[in-house]
Design a protein around this ligand. Sequence first.
Ligand code: NOJ
Length: 523
Amino acid sequence: MRVMPDWLSTAIFYQVYPQSFCDSNGDGIGDINGITSKLDYIRETGFNALWINPCYVSPFRDAGYDVQNYRKVAPRYGTNADLERLFEEAHKRGMHVLLDLVPGHTSDQHRWFRKSCSTEPNSYSDRYIWSRSVWDRPEGYNWVSGNADRDGAYMLNFFLSQPALNYGFSRVSDPSWQIHYRDKRVRGSLYELKDIMAFWLDKGADGFRVDMADSLVKDDPDKSATCWIWRKIRAYLNKHYPQAAIISEWCNAPLAINAAGFHGDFILHHDKKMTDYAFYRKGEDGASRAYFCKTAHVPANDMLTPYMRDLRLTRGGGYLCPISGNHDMVRLSSFLDERERKLAFTFLLTQPGLPFVYYGDEIGMRYLPQPSKEGGYQRTGSRTPMQWDRNAPNLGFSTAEREKLYLDVDRSADAPCVAQQMEDEDSLWSTVRALNHLRMTRPDLQADGELRIEECTQHGTLCYQRGENTYVIINPTDTVQDCRTKVGRILFAIGGATRRPTVTYLEPQTAIIFEKEDYKEEV
Ligand code: NOJ
């Protein structure tokens, strides 16, 4: 039996990008107190858990994924005390908070790295991966040479500013510069990692989303050495922090959950993953082949095959985490129109495991192409300020002058905003809220309820059962579709269905959640 945090199976997550969520002190950038001030909004929308992107001291060459001090909140976001207060206020509301943990690399401004650069051997010399000499850049990795007096090139994990921490090599082909992952000389990174986790868990954090979780041990093709490290971390958490959760950015659930011991693993938009088939997929002609695109008319099979397999393989061990989007992807609204997104959310929020909704997706915020900021590059367009109220300065994000804003807000006349959508029963926000509240009150729909496919037609109709007696039927297409499933007592509906003795006709773009009326007789 695996130790699971008690709160996890009912969690519905909301991802907050701190610089763009809410600015409480008018300096143009979002902050921790701003997030705290919006906890009631998040809760009211039906989310009871948060993941906050990195909020630590950083030179922000990769928006905070280049950490300079793991134990200190960046001054632009506030103080450690502010973050502790956020944890407290979240807990008061029955909510849980995950921080972002970046274990694979630090900023090149980190104190450890500065020490590692020294020509004098010291306790940080092996904390990063160095080649034998500045002229030596072994193939297969990215190196920086000539940036330090130490005679060696250092390995990167991501951008130029992000040197890889040294967790060793799974296979040591050249011991003159590689260290085996079980060697004591690379234990330092692991000890620090545990210590950083304990630091924040002791302050009230409920766990971590783990950045590039698969990237720790080098030359580890089957990831068995990287998994060994994570199993150690999980054993440590089980023992000392059994209520803490770790969710991996890995996108390989059987490995991340079964072999590495994560409580959950994201389903990212990678090729042939469920969220790719559902929301983003394009054909060779550039036209959408996404399941939820009304004109695509693709059966749900392609989307379900890899997904059902991962679900089966990880059942009982941990949770798949399907997402609406994140800070690395073009926003969902660029791929699906509003009705399509309502159906897509019906699907996402009725899946087992742990759904994650990216801030602003619940109101259909747009991707706004613009120059790169803080290493965002094309991702910057998905990171613009949250749109609270059409009638407030800067849409309610900040009281700062426009030029001072971290990124400008959506200035279009019809920019979707929270306040306006809250007043509209038909808005995307109202749909998301209704779905979340249904999930919250119906154990069938939560993480542990089984998913069973009841019907899946060539034309795109999909019906599935969740838990004991909750069914979801979806016709994502722009035409009427027939199916065998009889719709019972309706709990939630977009569109409608007509029942005939042997067949049900589903209106175009319909999604219905229902229970079978004869359920009691069936058991
Ligand atoms: C994945 C994060 O989501 C992304 O934003 C970041 O740039 C890289 N990891 C590097 O940390």
